[in-house]
Ligand binder design. Structure first.
Ligand SMILES: [Zn+2]
Ligand SMILES: [Zn+2]
Length: 319
């Protein structure tokens, strides 16, 4: 009698596999049907975005993917620092240096998209997702193929474990760059805009989370999952040159950078964990080294992309 054990998914596994699509449906229902007094409150988006992160973080304790990625106090407070930094300083910089000038240019040039009011709500949500992700995909790919950009993105690849809020962890310059978008040029319905942003929150948060959830193919064909993104965080730099889509893995399938696989050990530079300070000065380290007169700092493979464009991986900051 042969006794081949075929690993089978437990009921718990199967339920967890459906949690990401279920949360997206909840997000859409909320923004579509919640009372105007709620959706119109300026704090609501902050509350829903935070709730998504907290819920996924809690799920890490309920159905863990890898024990090596288990949350601890150091990781928690580092992640929290970057979540707050992104929601305050980076958001302010993005609004002041990019969004406001874009809106001013839009007004000056008389650009308006009043036709947007005729576009069905769900289509508007999809447009928000595609426009944002299209920009992030190319920015992320650029970061893996151009040394100055890579120096800003590398700190995100130095994280040594994946958790719900890890998408927010990175060098501040990278966090600013990845926050840029042309969404302000379009007159989206506000609830459609926020539904799109929260949908991306759900997808990208799960794509960085230590949750044992492998959504069905109809989800993972279009949206990025932890399988795709953990491969992007591989310790082997070449394996990071793929799966650049922060939330829309479909873009990698279209532009030829999709790669199948999964990573467990994550990090760069022999998995050296960077402190917040080291992440902040990382892009300037070559210059600092040069000023100190220490010419010929060993060219660590993780510090510069290997030149050729093409397939790459990227783990965008939550970007
Ligand atoms: Zn990356
Ligand atoms: Zn990442």
């Amino acid at each position: 009698m042969s006794s081949i054990v075929i690993p089978s998914e437990s009921l718990k596994d199967r339920v967890f596999n459906l949690v990401p699509p279920f949360m997206i449906v909840l997000v859409l229902l909320f923004w579509a049907y919640a009372p105007k007094a709620v959706t119109g409150n300026p704090w609501t988006l902050i509350v829903t975005s935070s709730a998504i992160t907290v819920i996924v973080l809690l799920l890490e304790f309920v159905h863990e993917r890898h024990s090596g990625w288990r949350m601890n106090a150091q990781e928690f407070f580092t992640d929290l620092f970057y979540v707050v930094l992104s929601a305050t300083v980076i958001a302010w910089l993005s609004k002041t240096l990019a969004e406001d000038p874009l809106l001013a240019a839009k007004t000056a040039l008389g650009i308006s998209t009043t036709w947007m009011a005729q576009v069905p709500w769900l289509v508007q949500v999809m447009m928000v997702i595609v426009i944002l992700e299209f920009g992030q995909y190319w920015m992320h790919r650029l970061m893996h193929n151009s040394t100055p950009f890579w120096l800003t993105h590398a700190p995100h690849h130095h994280i040594t474990q994946l958790n719900a809020a890890k998408g927010a962890v990175g060098n501040p310059i990278e966090l600013f760059l990845i926050s840029l978008s042309v969404l302000a040029l379009f007159d989206f319905d506000m609830t459609a805009l926020f539904a799109g942003l929260n949908t991306l929150n759900v997808i990208a948060t799960f794509a960085h989370a230590n949750v044992k959830s492998n959504p069905p193919i109809w989800y993972s064909y279009v949206f990025t999952t932890i399988r795709h993104h953990s491969l992007h965080h591989s310790t082997d730099y070449e394996n990071t040159r793929c799966n650049y889509g922060n939330s829309l893995i479909l873009l990698d399938r279209i532009f030829g950078t999709y790669r199948e696989g999964e990573g467990v050990l994550v990090g760069q530079d022999d998995r050296r964990r960077l402190s917040i300070w080291e992440q902040t000065i990382f892009p300037f380290q070559p210059l600092i080294d040069r000023i100190r007169g220490s010419r010929g700092v060993p060219a660590e493979p993780a510090r510069s992309p290997s030149g050729q464009d093409g397939s790459g991986t990227g783990g965008a900051a939550a970007a």
